[in-house]
Structures are given as C-alpha cells and as structure tokens.
Design a protein around this ligand. Structure first.
Ligand code: ATP
Length: 374
C-alpha cells in the first residue's frame, strides 16, 4: 500500500541511522525518524538525552557523525545551514539589539533581493501575524520576553521556510506567558501548515502542542507517538515515569495476571512468562475509588462487576485544585504506598478524608507491565 492510498502525507524529513559522537561519547545512537509535511513534532526528554544535538544536526549547525538526513526528498546531510531550508528560534530570543523590530524581522528577507516595498509589506504582515502590529519601530530591549520571542518567531518564518525549528523557545518565559504563547505558536503553525520540530523538556508543552512526540533518553528514541498514545500506552517504564505520574510495584507475571503485595491482579494481555519478575505501573488517576463497602455492582462507580479490588486506608490527602492526591496504604500492599488522584466530586460523594478506609479498583486495562523488578 502506498502513502497516498493510506491518505497519509509522505515523509518530508527523513532521518536515517543518525549517530553523533563527541569523542568517545555517543550523544545520538542510530536515530531513525520520519516527519510528515505539516506535522508538529516535539523532541521530549530529560536534560542531556540528545534532543538539541538532533535538532542541530537537522539544522546543519553540527554535523552528525554517521547517517543521513533528507528534506523534501533531497539529501541535506552535509549541507551548511545556509543551504538548508529552515527557520529557527532559540530559547534566548537572539534578536539583534541594535536593530529595530522591523529590521530584525526583515533580516533574512534582505538577502533574498526582494524589492523594498515587498519586504516592508511582508514585515507588516508578520508583525500582525504575531500580534504586535504597532511595535515595528521599537528595539528588542523595549519589548517583554514574550514579545521578543514572538518577534524571533516572525523572523524565523519570514522567508516561508519548509521547516520551522524551535529550540526550547518558551523555557525562558514565565508560566503565564508560556501557556499563552504555547497556544499562539500552535495556532500559527496550523495556519501556516509549516512542518515544525520543537525541542522541549516540558511534558505539558509537548502533550499540548505536538501532533507526535519523540521521547528520547540517553541518545535513543524510547517511543514515537501521538500525545494520547504516549500517555495512555507508554512503551517503556522510562516513558511511563517521565510523562505523567506512575505508581510502580515490583511484581511477578502470571498467566493473564500479575501478583504484587499479597494479591493477584487480572491484567490485559502481557507477553511475560509466568514467574518472571516485572514492574507493574498504574497512573494515579486510573485508580478508581469505590468507597467503603461498595463492592456490589450497584455502587455509583461500578459499571461492571469490578475485579482487582484492594482495601486501603487514606494516609495523606493533598488538595491540588482540580483533584485530591491521596496516599493509600493497606495490608495487601505491604510497605508500598499507592498514590491515587480522586476528583473533587468523587471525594465529596464518598466523603473521603485522611484515615478513611475504602476499596479501590485497579482496572485491568490500566495496569502497565514492564520488564524488570529484580
Ligand atoms: P538539555 O535539555 O539539557 O539541552 P539535550 O537533550 O538537548 O539536553 P544535548 O544538548 O543534545 O542534550 O546533549 C546530549 C549529550 O551530548 C549531553 O550529554 C551533552 O553533555 C553532550 N554534548 C553536547 N554537546 C557537546 C559537545 N559540543 N561536546 C561534548 N559533549 C557534548
């Protein structure tokens, strides 16, 4: 089947078997990845995982040691940045302090030898596009951080590049501005349809902005997927742990189930042989509270006869605005604590407070099973 018959756009950027060594250290280890035209992809991972190195290889700012990079069907692997087709925004705005905002935006356009009137019209259009139509005659120092980053964005897209590269563009900004700009950048990217790669270590940023997230760790790709795939079906324990919260328990695989603490829990298909040590993870919001004595099918939360029930007592409760984070303990958990997030409504309905004894369900389809455990 071809890409066209699947109604999927062909790859615009093809990264094949890319390695990057700094001396003996391999910052990238055999990275392969296709990015489709118009996609918004985030490289997400902890500090030092190689995301900036990969972005710089794509930009030609630092060549890969091995492997190829093709953009729009053309091999750009060894081309200098000036011969590649992209715009880039860095964390530190990197505007020219001695040039006006208009001149900053016009910078790349000047080299294209377009008529002055056309350049001016384009700058006016870009200033409007990033919501700063009146600021053209100011200097960078006269703008706020968020405004400067909008200008850096305008400058990056001025020549309508095929690829937009964003290197932690929001991390120098305060939380409110960051959330606002997140939304604006995403909207702008959709409007322009420009293929975009953003490097970030902020999971919320990646989850809220990306069409697909590339999760990296120690120079390799751990998982590539949509935000919901990555969150709901983390391929590795690292991904489950790095994105969102996860309870983790050492467990033993059984046929169609896992046992940990002193209980056995049914669990959606896992591929481990019986007796193998595994790690079982569950997200705090996936723990369902059934309240004391609520084991009967008629109980408020019970849709089907629940399995995987656990009797627990609430240790501590922490109010986090839109939900309660609770620490649950119980005889079947041994020394372990189960963290569970309960909605405000559930907590009110079940009159949950510290010390309350209740029954919780660990839904079988929400139990994630990974290798390890010894
Ligand atoms: P951060 O979020 O902290 O920027 P990152 O995921 O972008 O992290 P990179 O900057 O890509 O990480 O670095 C990956 C690894 O390569 C790190 O261990 C870093 O120390 C190393 N590294 C990067 N640049 C160089 C260099 N010029 N010389 C030697 N080592 C380098």
């Amino acid at each position: 089947m071809t890409a066209a018959s699947l109604n999927v756009k062909p790859a615009y950027l093809e990264i094949s078997n890319v390695w990057k060594a700094f001396g003996d250290f391999h910052a990238l280890k055999d990275i392969s990845l296709d990015i489709r035209e118009g996609e918004f992809v985030c490289f997400l991972g902890p500090s030092g995982c190689g995301k900036t190195t990969l972005l710089r290889a794509i930009a030609g700012l630092d060549l890969q040691t091995r492997g190829t990079i093709r953009q729009g069907g053309k091999d750009v692997s060894t081309l200098p940045p000036s011969q590649r087709d992209y715009g880039i925004v860095f964390q530190s705005y990197a505007l020219f302090p001695n040039l006006t905002i208009s001149k900053n935006i016009a910078f790349g356009l000047e080299n294209t030898k377009r008529p002055r009137a056309e350049i001016e019209a384009r700058v006016t259009e870009l200033l409007k596009l990033v919501g700063l139509p009146e600021q053209g005659n100011k200097y960078p120092a006269q703008l706020s951080g968020g405004q400067q980053q909008r200008i850096a964005l305008a400058r990056a897209i001025a020549i309508s590049p095929g690829l937009l590269l964003l290197d932690e563009p929001l991390s120098a900004l305060d939380a409110k501005v960051r959330t606002h700009l997140r939304h604006e950048i995403k909207e702008l990217q959709r409007k322009l349809g420009v293929t975009t790669i953003m490097v970030t270590h902020d999971q919320e940023e990646a989850l809220s902005m990306a069409d697909r997230i590339v999760v990296m760790n120690h120079g390799v790709i751990e998982q590539i997927g949509s935000p919901t795939e990555i969150y709901r079906h983390p391929a590795t324990l690292f991904v489950a742990d790095f994105i969102g919260e996860a309870n983790k328990f050492k467990a033993t695989a059984e046929k169609g189930s896992v046992s940990f603490g002193s209980k056995t829990f049914k669990c959606a298909a896992h591929s481990f042989d019986a007796g193998v040590s595994v790690i079982v993870a569950i997200r705090p919001e996936d723990v369902i509270p059934h309240g004391p004595g609520a084991r009967s099918p008629g109980a408020p939360d019970v849709v089907k006869e629940p399995a995987n029930l656990l009797d627990v007592t609430i240790g501590e409760m922490e109010f986090l605005g839109s939900f309660w984070r609770t620490r649950l303990r119980g005889a079947d958990l041994g020394d372990e604590t189960l963290i569970a997030d309960f909605s405000i409504n559930a907590a009110r309905r079940l009159t949950l407070t510290e010390g309350t004894a209740l029954t919780v369900e660990l839904p079988e389809e929400r139990l994630l099973v990974y290798p390890g455990g010894q």
